[in-house]
Design a protein around this ligand. Sequence first.
Ligand code: AMP
Length: 543
Amino acid sequence: MESTMQEVPLTLTELFHHGRRVFGSSEVVTWEGGHARHSTFHEVAARVERLAAGLRSLGVQPGDRVGTLSWNRQEHFEAYFAVPCMGAVLHTLNLRLPPHQLAQIVNHAADRVIIVDASLVPLLAAIRPHLPTVEHVVVVGGGDHGDALGEHIAYEDLLTRSAGGFEWPELDERSAAAMCYTTGTTGDPKGVAYSHRSMYLHAFAVWGAFRLSDRERVLAIVPMFHVNAWGTPYAAWMLGADLLLPDRFLHADGICSFIQAERPTFTGGVPSIFSGMLAYFRENHPDVSSLKRAVCGGSAVPASLIEAFRDELDIELIQAWGMTETSPIGTIAYPPRDTPPEDEMRYRVKTGRAVPGVALRILDEDGSEVERDGVAVGEIEVRGPWITGSYYNASAPEKFHDGWLKTGDVGNIDPLGFVQITDRSKDVIKSGGEWISSVELENLLMGHEAVADAAVVGVPDEKWQERPLAVVVFRPGASATPDDLRAYLGDSVVRWWLPERWAFVDEIPKTSVGKQDKKKIRADYAAGTIEAVQVATSGAPVR
Ligand code: AMP
């Protein structure tokens, strides 16, 4: 059959026009510490056009990369539409990376322009001499930048360069719209380029997976430099949900003040954000009653956190999984329909079921699909229109397999399709040839009343090649002995899983996006910076 339906390209430009036409009175709210700045979609859209015109006046052409070094705020959101819709590529820069990696990424992407928040100017100034491809720097917000930065343009001046209006080009839906680099905990960061088509479809996936609508006020805590804040800004815009942006006020007190003042109904973030918020709530009792649901992912979500959110805050904490390479939505963990309330946690603590559009399979070491029995483990592979097919200017054949992305995550899948990640493949603990799930041990430990945070990593062992080392942070004023914690774990796991080595620290090392930095924990242990006590003898894997 020749032709069927209209060939409307799936581009962010379509979403931009839709949000503007239909939801002009919805708002973007930026927290400025103590007070909020409100702009309607109508006002934001006009500024998006002016930004596109301003960038064009600087010579930005289709395909050029425009970097942003910015917190979650209205101007960053303006770039989210202006840059891709003018045909250029939005390169969101992770402001928590070490300076040399930041420079490496800007140079690898060959960014021509960088839009930077005034508060982040010192970070950019430090690497500016090492960025030969960057022709223009645009500074958002006031302040004296001295000579440190060299020549630059004020964002608001750029916006006044045109009289308004912009001729949006017709775009190929397969062209790149945005790019984001992986955080590089296992090697050099690699670039993932998202197409218009993938971001358009992903926005619809976010709509469905997060169950959003124009009734919501969406608080985007996930940084806009990390996988497009999980696509929530685009989904909010196209659905007319208000978008609440916390800028740099990401500590629990800042977030809670923002919540109290602006009353979001929905949010998303990594577990460490929510555990910080919970601790703050317990001390200070801010009014967070507007918040009904929060999607949580980026690392495994402890059962104790989901329960505390339900029981103490009346917030549904919903676990999801994804990666930079998957745009990121891959799975989400809603209990199946008709689950009695007392059984819901069984599903909520899992990594979730694949969202429509994502195909998921788990392969064992021989390359065969594992039984869907919730027990057999293997590496998760995914496929779909918003899963990357390659890395930007980098060859990584080991990450792909017959058109599927090898996620590097290891887990099992049950008959209902619920996936449970047990480890990153590089973090797997293999003791005497048998796997121990660090994720499960961490999850259990975090349920102990004295424990605020916990990480479990594999360390060399003479007899068993590897044994688990538990690294624990206590809650303020609380403590427990290794024997207490072993006894506690012993109620839930087999004996040979119990760690003999225990380290008690003030803080678990975290990566630039707030995940446990297990590579650093292992290195610190090897270097003796993390000191462990050893109790009991190594438990033997019992088969
Ligand atoms: P990133 O590309 O930095 O977003 O990291 C992606 C990785 O985060 C995944 O490959 C997983 O290892 C981890 N991750 C994300 N969500 C979860 C989750 N719900 N449970 C366990 N690990 C997760």
